[in-house]
Structures are given as structure tokens and as C-alpha cells.
Design a protein around this ligand. Structure first.
Ligand code: SF4
Length: 337
């Protein structure tokens, strides 16, 4: 049975039901539709050169058949097991927080963008506040002026104090934000960080230079973003457009939780913003998002490093699905090459 894979990109292949298997540095695309008999499915196996977007001719046929059979046998239990194992100890330690954030300064809390993945992260953390602050518990935008005078730690290198870390600043009143900006001005030797999904709101303020401004940009693909109701925030293209128009020397982009993307468009967006820093990472909370493969993630990272040589590209939470893990696959086939 011949599938029309000619000319399809990696992402399109995956949409077509092909699963990427990395073995001996070659990515094999295998159709694993369980309705097919094994032998028919084997005829749908292609090898794919990672540097090209076009499937190549079939190679290493015996290895591939063996791999495919073992893949089917082990699929369900190994997927879960490997998902857990693939979380490196470093990633575990960092969790979904920025490794450079030395203080989450929750001087204002709350947001109504209702991002799908936020329910399990920031909003879940705020549920612990039920007996302290009901507005925190409900994630209703509000201010905690008593936290303005808390002692702020020193920062060095890339470290920062993340103000409004459990909020989107666009829901904060201008007078609240200005009070925080005033504190930031009083501490010029420290670095602070503001992040939003609505950078239009940055237009209202005059920012000091010891403040890093950031946006979240999970993807450029807006069809899926809208269909899956990822967030009520302005769409990615609007965020990019509004952020470009903000005149500030220290900008940052957070590509997390990363969603499937178009490489060229993501690179274009990031180049237009001229960030000095980019953080990239997968969803750490299993929010059932449509994520890129590990290979695509690395391809974007490499593209950003090449296109923006002065920008620091830092990775946060990384995971591989089990078919992308060479060690697991070698275990499957018992070292047979
Ligand atoms: S914009 Fe930020 S704070 Fe608001 S719902 Fe989304 S992740 Fe949560």
C-alpha cells in the first residue's frame, strides 16, 4: 500500500499518521495504524533524511521490520515508562520555572486569559492560598501592596526577579504597575522581569533599563491555537506585532509550552523582535497539547542560535517521546543493527 508522502514535511507526515523512529541517526517514518495488518503496515515504512523535508527510499529493510514489530508490541507500556524516564534530573529540578528567576515576586496576582496549561501550573499553585486570599485562590486579578516592601534579593548574571509571575500584567491596573516600576527604579543594581501575552499593554509605561520585557510565544500556528482553545490571549501574530513596536533595549521571548510550529515563521517572528534572550521548553504538566518532536525542537533551537548570534537561547523542560530515544530503541532491538 503506497502512501502519498512525497514532498510532505515532518509535521505533515505526523499528521498523516506516521510516527518518527530515530535509529542509527536516521529518522524512520512508520505508519502504525493498528487497523492494518503488520505486513501491510511495513510497506508504509520510509526512511527520512533529517536535513531534507522529503521522504527517501526504503533502507535497512530487515532492521526496520524488526523495529516495527517490537515497536507495536511495546508501544503502550513503553510510552508511559519512557515519558517518565526521559525527564532529566536537571529538568526535574527546574520544573516549569525559569532557571534564572531567583524570586517570583507575586505583588499582583490573577489573569483571565485562561490558558489551557495554566490551570495545572500557576493556577494550581494559587489553589494553596484558599485560606490566605480568596482572590488568589480564584486567580482574580488583584494587587498585594503589602508585598511592595518585601526584601528583594541581589541578582547577578542572567538572574532576575520576576514581578507579577502569577499574573498577566495586562490585567493589572496602571497605578499598581507604576508602583512596582518605581520599586524597580529604586533598585538599579538588580534585574527584574515582566512577561505578558498582551504586549500592547507595555505601551502605557515608561520602563527602566534594569527591566527585561518578555512575551510568551508558544507557536505561530494559529489554526490549532484557536481550534484547541489554547488561550484567550491575543493571537501570536498580534503579540509579535505589538512587541516589535515597543521601544526597549532588553527583550525576551518564552517559547513554552512549545506547540507544533512552522520553522520559517517562528524564526522570522523571533528575528523581528530582536530578543537578547529566548527560553524554550515543553509542557511539563501533561496538558495534552500538540507538541513538536524532539528533532523539530532542536532544529528551531539551532536556527535561533544561528540567526541571532548575540541572543542567549536557553532550554527549560525538555522531553522525548520514546520513539525518539536511541537508548530505548536499542534496548528494544537488543543491539541488532
Ligand atoms: S497568560 Fe499566563 S497567567 Fe494568564 S492564564 Fe495564561 S499562563 Fe496563566
Amino acid at each position: 500500500m503506497v502512501m502519498h508522502t512525497e514532498g510532505l514535511t515532518t509535521t505533515e507526515l505526523i499528521y498523516e499518521g506516521f510516527i518518527p523512529l530515530l535509529y542509527n541517526n536516521i529518522v524512520y517514518y512508520v505508519n502504525i495504524d493498528e487497523e492494518y495488518q503488520s505486513i501491510e503496515a511495513k510497506t508504509n515504512a520510509y526512511t527520512h533524511n533529517p536535513s531534507s523535508s522529503r521522504p527517501l527510499k526504503i533502507r535497512n529493510w530487515n532492521t526496520l521490520c524488526q523495529l516495527y514489530d517490537l515497536f507495536i508490541q511495546n508501544r503502550k507500556e513503553k510510552r508511559e515508562q519512557n515519558h517518565k524516564e526521559s525527564i532529566s534530573s536537571e529538568s526535574k529540578k527546574r520544573g516549569n520555572m525559569y532557571m534564572d528567576s531567583i524570586l517570583q515576586w507575586n505583588v499582583g496576582v490573577g489573569c483571565f486569559f485562561r490558558c489551557k496549561y495554566c490551570v495545572l501550573s500557576f493556577q494550581a499553585q494559587m489553589k494553596r492560598q484558599k485560606h490566605n486570599c480568596i482572590k488568589c485562590y480564584n486567580y482574580e486579578p488583584h494587587f498585594h501592596p503589602e508585598r511592595l516592601d518585601r526584601k528583594l534579593p541581589k541578582t547577578s548574571g542572567d538572574e532576575f526577579i520576576w514581578a507579577f509571575s502569577s499574573a498577566d500584567i495586562s490585567f493589572m491596573k496602571k497605578k499598581w504597575v507604576n508602583q512596582v516600576i518605581e520599586k524597580i527604579r529604586e533598585n538599579p543594581e538588580k534585574t527584574f522581569f515582566f512577561q505578558t501575552k498582551n504586549p500592547k499593554c507595555f505601551e502605557k509605561y515608561s520602563f527602566p533599563n534594569n527591566l527585561l520585557l518578555g512575551i510568551t510565544l508558544e507557536t505561530n500556528k494559529e489554526d490549532y491555537y484557536k481550534k484547541a482553545r489554547i488561550s484567550k490571549a491575543p493571537l501570536p501574530h498580534k503579540r509579535v506585532k505589538d512587541f516589535i513596536s515597543i521601544d526597549h533595549p532588553h527583550k525576551c521571548i518564552t517559547i513554552e509550552p512549545i506547540l507544533q510550529f512552522d520553522l520559517d515563521m517562528m524564526l522570522k517572528y523571533c528575528l523581528q523582535i530582536h530578543p537578547e534572550r529566548i527560553y524554550m521548553g515543553y509542557d511539563s504538566k501533561n496538558s495534552f497539547l500538540r507538541e513538536p518532536t524532539y528533532y523539530e525542537f532542536q532544529e528551531l533551537k539551532k536556527g535561533l542560535e544561528e540567526a541571532l548570534p548575540k541572543c542567549k537561547v536557553k532550554t527549560k523542560f525538555i522531553k522525548k517521546d520514546f520513539w525518539e530515544d536511541q537508548t530505548t530503541l536499542t534496548k528494544f532491538i537488543g543491539g541488532n543493527k
